[in-house]
Design a protein around this ligand. Structure first.
Ligand code: HEC
Length: 135
């Protein structure tokens, strides 16, 4: 009996430690996008946000991101763009713009080559939204 309880506790502990689901939630991603990305990229991601006209660097149309990258959204690259590891002139430093997105519950996504990409649930949600936006 006690052995069974021990097993159950272990199973629960492993379950609790596992990262959140690999699939992001596009609806949650849409909210994060509206809050953190739409000022420049526009609500629909077409590069027409109110701040776009004030920037010296043109804001890309994100609905054509996969198309420009050969047909598939580059998952690992998109994660590093959002997390600020891939330095883009238009994104400034990672801290002020995207800080809140890159903390919180963790998630693991599959990169295009199948390798795991460690990120946060918020970034996974954003990527699910970006994937849904692709034309
Ligand atoms: C302050 C304006 C601004 C905000 C806010 C912003 N972006 Fe950007 N983004 C840009 C600009 C400008 C570029 C192009 C940068 C360059 O080419 O150096 C860009 C590039 C990108 C790219 C690369 C697209 C490509 O075709 O190479 C992705 C993906 C992206 N942004 C996603 C996001 C996401 C997701 C958010 C919200 C978490 C966000 N951006 C917030 C201005 C912004």
């Amino acid at each position: 009996m006690s052995r069974w309880i021990l097993f159950l506790n272990l199973a629960l502990a492993v379950g609790a430690a596992a990262p959140a689901s690999a699939d992001g939630d596009p609806d949650a991603g849409a909210e994060i996008f509206a809050r953190h990305c739409a000022t420049c990229h526009g609500l629909g991601g077409q590069g027409d946000g109110p701040m776009s006209v004030l920037l010296a660097v043109p804001v890309p149309d994100l609905t054509g991101f996969a198309e420009r990258e050969g047909g598939t959204l580059p998952i690992a690259r998109t994660v590093s763009i959002i997390e600020g590891d891939a330095v883009l002139r238009g994104h400034g430093s990672a801290m002020p713009v995207f800080g809140p997105i890159t903390t919180g519950p963790s998630a693991v996504l599959d990169a295009n080559d199948g390798s795991p990409v460690q990120t946060t649930q918020s970034v996974a949600d954003l990527i699910a939204y970006l994937t849904a936006l692709q034309r």
